[in-house]
Design a protein around this ligand. Structure first.
Ligand code: URA
Length: 283
């Protein structure tokens, strides 16, 4: 037996797992692990409220849409963007699935945010294709997600499913996760220190899946992933770079439930995304 009663074999596999995890984080652009306790919730960016409105039948807006006016730009000046990109190392689907499972086990035990850990029913890690070309990032689990342990299964999730289908994909084609893996009580806005605490898990997911594209749904996802304080309206309609992935930011499905007129904007963003992927979305 080695240290702390561990056999040499289990010590070896533990250090291998830790090394693999760190390599994944590095591929996602991590240069240091967050330690600081950041400011209180009342200093956090103010995202859109989450109270939903009536569901709509279809996602694709009825009127004819005008062509996208803004040309996509690859922005460079923001902190995660200027990280050096690691040489490509392709992981097999099995490796990715296993790494995500290991990370999920860590997340299940997480006690970093005492309020969230004591109020959650369960953690909500992520779901979908470990080899997805696109990762969708939302804000945090709500009541339905907390109950079911899967992101985007409530009304916002149903609208997200319609958006996915309108784009000619299935939910299983993408990977879906959130900035926070625990539900904030009462669906309050995630506090900055909670986002910092959870960032390592998100970077682990991104480093493992290594997607070509990331879509940030809403202000909390966009501002936290890209470390920016712009409004979501200003962040839309162009690409940012995060590690090897191109990032598109758009309105959160919960916002669309309350403001159906904004669906046409999200549809424009989806057309921009898919045009970049080589696929034309109609209408
Ligand atoms: N809103 C989110 O941002 N994420 C979910 O998982 C559900 C609703």
């Amino acid at each position: 037996m080695g240290i702390g009663g561990m056999s040499q074999t289990s010590t070896g596999s533990l250090s291998r797992a830790i090394r693999q995890q760190l390599e994944g984080l590095e591929r996602a652009g991590l240069t240091h692990l967050p330690r600081r306790k950041s400011p209180r919730a009342d200093q956090s960016p103010r995202p859109l409220a989450t109270s939903p409105a009536a569901p709509t039948e279809n996602f694709v807006p009825k009127p004819k849409l005008s062509p996208v006016s803004a040309s996509p730009t690859l922005a460079a000046p923001f902190s995660p963007i200027s990280q050096p990109v690691q040489p490509e190392i392709k992981l097999s689907r099995d490796d990715r699935t296993q790494r995500l499972a290991v990370l999920n086990e860590t997340v299940k035990q997480c006690q970093r945010c005492s309020e969230l850990a004591s109020t959650r029913k369960q953690t909500v890690f992520g779901v979908g294709n470990a080899e997805a070309r696109i990762v969708f990032i939302g804000e945090a689990p709500g009541a339905d997600e907390d109950a079911q342990g899967e992101p985007f299964v409530g009304r916002a999730g149903q609208l997200l499913n319609k958006i996915i289908e309108a784009c000619g994909m299935k939910r299983e084609d993408v990977y879906i996760c959130n900035i926070l893996k625990c539900r904030p009580p009462g669906n309050r806005t995630p506090a900055p220190d909670e986002c910092v605490n959870c960032r390592e898990y998100l970077l682990g997911q991104l480093g493992t899946i290594d997607p070509e594209y990331i879509v940030c749904w809403g202000t909390v996802a966009a501002q936290n992933l890209l470390s920016m304080d712009w409004t979501i309206g200003k962040m839309r309609k162009r690409f940012y770079q995060f590690g090897r992935a191109k990032v598109l930011c758009t309105y959160h499905p919960s916002y669309l439930l309350r403001n159906p007129a904004a669906k046409k904007d999200v549809w424009e963003d989806m057309k921009l995304l898919f045009a970049d992927m080589g696929k034309t979305l109609t209408p």
